[in-house]
Design a protein around this ligand. Structure first.
Ligand SMILES: [Zn+2]
Length: 92
């Protein structure tokens, strides 16, 4: 294999262990809930989920779970429902 590509692969392996290098600005996923699939999105610090709970509370288990999965690639201060909600589930 080309030596410069080997160097890039080694660097990629190191980077993959350093998630704080990555900062999401937007994303959209399908979240498989217990009863249905939901579309969860994050755009410039704002979360959205297609579930009924989110419509009433601006936070839900899907957005909170995704935020926990993606920490530190999404900043703490961008916790869905604010830092109080994040602290309540042990994420802050
Ligand atoms: Zn939801």
């Amino acid at each position: 294999m080309h030596s410069s590509l080997i160097g890039k692969i080694d660097k990629a392996k190191r980077y993959a262990q350093e998630p704080d290098r990555v900062r999401f600005s937007r994303l959209e996923v399908t979240f498989k809930g217990e009863h249905d699939d939901y579309v969860v999105s994050y755009t410039d610090g704002t979360w959205h989920c297609s579930c009924a709970f989110f419509a009433g509370w601006n936070v839900c288990s899907h957005t909170m779970a995704l935020h926990r999965m993606l920490t530190p690639m999404i900043p703490r201060e961008a916790a869905p429902g604010g830092l109080a909600a994040a602290a309540a589930v042990g994420g802050a």
